[in-house]
Design a protein around this ligand. Structure first.
Ligand code: SF4
Length: 432
């Protein structure tokens, strides 16, 4: 890595990551698997894998340059990653050459999404290019302070649909369970920017969880619980297991989903112990937030493969972001990469109009252009559903290019992926 900077102390104080909540043991470090057990042979993975997540050449170099007092075992310990996360301007400027705009944005930061990046994810940032996709998604800029008309702190109206704190009941048969406001790495475009990293607005607690669990128990229509946050996989194992067991014993709950970005930003969290816990609960699905193909590292591939091996169906969620992933080739590369690690592209979201999001938001036509460029041009499994989460709490609304071209002489007129027109001899509603 060029322009090496001074090392970052591993003794860095963490202001409030998990605090005393980090109680479970670090992941075991003695179980090594050969590289071929993770994914097809790669030359950029060191065979000195620690635990079950490999140490890539990139991580190894970054560790040596910026945390010379830490060991590969430290790096592979998710608690170490959280405790040594980057959360100040002084820390981040040792790793990347901050622009004046980025630097000013951090100096002026008062509220909103804080800065936090795991050392692992920081290793993926481009030191010299402020337009790099991953850097833009986690490093603040002054545009965050420009609020456009119709942007809102809670654009999806989640708080109006919250019967008890930390639970959103929008659709009749499912609920969103907000477990924590903490994430190991904060995305600048976060839909829940009003609560993430903000202990004053939201701090999940066991007593709050119990109220949410009681609500689910008393609401027999709820058959599906989405555990989200913040990032629920940053919870200690003991708390996560308590939550999953409390929900799983409710007779009318048929399935549980976990929404997380951990495999992309903190793959070291996917420990054998966590996998043993998750495997106990069936059916358990997982939606993983991915932004860009640069996130598909050997470590993330290993994490996803381990989750898939544990029998957890994996889907991806991606927010369409201007200048970050809003072109077909980038998304195609992301989706092809995800399929290779057994993650099915699930949702492509139009960026929600949170406060200060205009520099991230594309037009809806851009989203339709993405689907037009994917559908028919690649494997159907690689094409997610493009949705707008309707402001005001209307729920997800799917959008498709105009493949349906109307009716003529009883036929339905259809346009295919090449723009050619076809007719389908549909039954008229009257003759059905
Ligand atoms: S990981 Fe999810 S909840 Fe956390 S900051 Fe990113 S988008 Fe928000």
């Amino acid at each position: 890595m060029e322009n090496k900077c001074s090392a970052i102390s591993t003794e860095m104080q963490d202001p409030d990551p998990l605090g005393s909540e980090v109680v479970d043991e670090p992941p075991p470090i003695s179980e090594s698997l050969s590289e071929s057990q993770y994914l097809a042979p790669r030359t950029d993975i060191k065979l000195t894998s620690i635990g079950r997540i490999p140490l890539s050449a990139r991580s190894s170099e970054f560790l040596r340059d910026f945390f010379p007092n830490a060991t590969p075992a430290d790096w592979s310990n998710w608690h170490w990653q959280i405790r040594n996360s980057i959360y100040t301007r002084e820390q981040i400027q040792r790793i990347i050459a901050l622009t004046g705009d980025e630097s000013l944005a951090m100096m002026q930061h008062r509220s909103g999404v804080p800065l936090r990046i795991t050392p692992y994810y920081a290793s993926l940032l481009d030191r010299d290019n402020p337009t790099q996709a991953l850097r833009r998604s986690v490093v603040p800029v002054m545009d965050e302070y420009l609020v456009s008309p119709s942007e809102a702190a809670d654009p999806l109206g989640e708080e109006d649909q919250s019967p008890v704190p930390g639970l959103v009941h929008r659709y009749p048969d499912r609920v969103l369970f907000l477990t924590t406001g903490f994430c190991s790495t904060y995305c600048r475009y976060c839909t829940r920017s009003r609560i993430v990293g903000n202990n004053h607005r939201f701090r999940g607690s066991i007593s709050q969880w119990q109220k949410a669990i009681a609500y689910i128990e008393a609401t027999p229509e709820v058959r599906d619980v989405l555990i989200s946050g913040g990032d629920p996989l940053t919870l200690p194992d003991t708390q996560l297991e308590y939550l999953l067991s409390s929900i799983a014993r409710i007779p009318h709950v048929e399935m549980v989903r976990i929404g997380t970005k951990v495999p992309a930003v903190l793959p070291q969290r996917i420990t054998p112990k966590l996998l043993r816990i998750l495997k106990k609960f069936r059916p358990l699905w997982m939606s993983i937030h991915f932004t860009h193909p640069d996130e598909l590292t050997p470590e993330t591939a290993a994490a996803c493969n381990l989750l898939a091996d544990a029998g957890i169906p994996l889907g991806s969620q991606t927010v369409l972001l201007k200048g970050i992933n809003d072109n077909v080739e980038t998304l195609k590369s992301l989706y092809h990469g995800l399929l290779k690690i057994r993650v099915r592209p699930y949702y492509l979201y139009q960026c929600d109009p949170i406060l200060g999001s205009s520099h991230f938001r594309t037009s809806v036509e851009k989203g339709l252009e993405m689907i037009e460029g994917l559908r028919g041009h690649t494997t159907g499994y690689a094409v997610p559903q493009y949705v707008i989460d309707a402001p005001g709490g209307g729920g997800k609304i799917p959008l498709l290019p105009d493949y349906f071209q109307g009716r003529e002489h009883g036929d339905v007129k259809l346009r295919n992926y090449e723009g050619r027109l076809f007719r389908y001899p549909d039954l008229q509603p009257a003759s059905l």
